[in-house]
Ligand binder design. Structure first.
Ligand SMILES: Cc1cc2nc3c(=O)[nH]c(=O)nc-3n(C[C@H](O)[C@H](O)[C@H](O)COP(=O)(O)O)c2cc1C
Length: 212
């Protein structure tokens, strides 16, 4: 009888022990799960990192293209960069009524590549706006220098220009042809008096990153 009683007591003790062990294990699992949850990154592993960043690069002799370029940079939150010629253009160099002016000679020379004063670092930019005035129906040859000597592959390139009356013509295609690649959008021509709302609405219509 005493033996039976002690057997029963040991079984009860073993059962209580098992229940307690199960409870401890359950609590441990719950703690581990809630802990790993608190360290989970908010971004999914496979989600692409957004690194949209624009440079607005322009050549501008009399300020028309520069004004628009600066507005674009303000709209997209990009960096404004000006292309400066190593040998500055004088008023006589740009006097297109003169058949022998420097600008005309350069534009008529397929090999002309006027030097740029300093290198422009485009690394870190996903999008490059390229602004220039129309010279004799095309982009100034210094733009060709820029495009040929800068890596645009993998970037979105957005050409734009200002002019007295000419359209963008083939100036955008000519620049793309001498580039190392990139995704080139169609060029846009502005008049020198283009309004801020016209510029803003064009930028919005491009549907680009931060500008969208
Ligand atoms: C050398 C030269 C050639 C030009 N050729 C043209 C042309 O072919 N068609 C046109 O509409 N305007 C022409 N223009 C006018 C410029 O495109 C226009 O004034 C432009 O807005 C100037 O831009 P910027 O102030 O940024 O230099 C020419 C200007 C210069 C100096």
């Amino acid at each position: 009888m005493r033996q039976d009683c002690s057997d029963t007591m040991s079984r009860i003790a073993a059962a209580v022990g098992l229940v307690a062990l199960a409870a401890v294990l359950a609590i441990a699992v719950a703690v581990v799960m809630s802990d790993s949850g608190s360290h989970q990154e908010p971004q999914q592993k496979d989600e692409p990192v957004q690194t949209w960043k624009a440079a607005v690069v322009c050549f501008s002799e009399t300020g028309n293209t520069e004004r628009i370029a600066r507005e674009i940079a303000g709209i997209v939150g990009g960096d404004f960069v000006k292309i400066l010629p190593e040998v500055p253009y004088t008023a006589a160099d740009r006097d297109y009524s003169d058949s022998g002016c420097r600008a005309r000679l350069e534009q008529n020379d397929p090999a002309a590549r006027p030097a740029i004063a300093s290198d422009i670092d485009l690394s870190g930019y996903s999008t490059v706006f390229l602004g220039y005035p129309i010279w004799f129906g095309d982009s100034p040859k210094i733009m060709w220098t820029f495009v040929e000597t800068h890596r645009l592959e993998g970037k979105t390139v957005v050409p734009f220009c200002t002019s007295g009356s000419s359209g963008v013509g083939s100036s955008d295609d000519h620049l793309e042809a001498v580039s190392d690649g990139g995704t080139w959008l169609d060029g846009k021509r502005f008049s020198s008096s283009a309004s801020s709302s016209e510029i803003r609405s064009w930028v919005s219509g491009l549907g680009l990153g931060a500008a969208a």
